[in-house]
Design a protein around this ligand. Sequence first.
Ligand SMILES: [Zn+2]
Length: 165
Amino acid sequence: MKESIIRNQSSAKEKQQVRCCHCSSSLTIRNGTYPRNHPRDDTEIRVQRYLCKSPLCPWKSFSVLPESMMPVVRQSFETICCCAALVTTGMNQAQTARFLGCTRGVAKRLRIFCQKFMPWFSREKTVAEWGPDPPSFWPDFTRDFSQSFFPGRWVKLPSTQNIHC
Ligand SMILES: [Zn+2]
């Protein structure tokens, strides 16, 4: 896939403390990794999994995706933005697939997804702390993304979790 944006924020990422995406606790420990295919070059990468040790946490474990890797949709952030740009130029499905180096089926799904993702991203990046563009705080961005687009994965989270009387 053709990528025009290459980012290197590993030093900033390393400084950022790992926090549980369900309760924001920093009482976390590493708990192994699991394999994922990198969305851009199809090489295998290891995704770090963590256990949350906060007794108040409703979830107990979470994982942290490498920067630029989007949860659930298994595409890179750059690929999604690139596809959205292609849609605005009027490029059709077959042309988009050729440009991105993917199948027409993937291009079709991506084009549909971009039409939901880009308005959300444009709105959220102006108010969220992970903004502006590209997101500076990848774990926070992927949590907000996942909660907005796949809320069914977060049903265990009580709405009163962070309220202390
Ligand atoms: Zn937690």
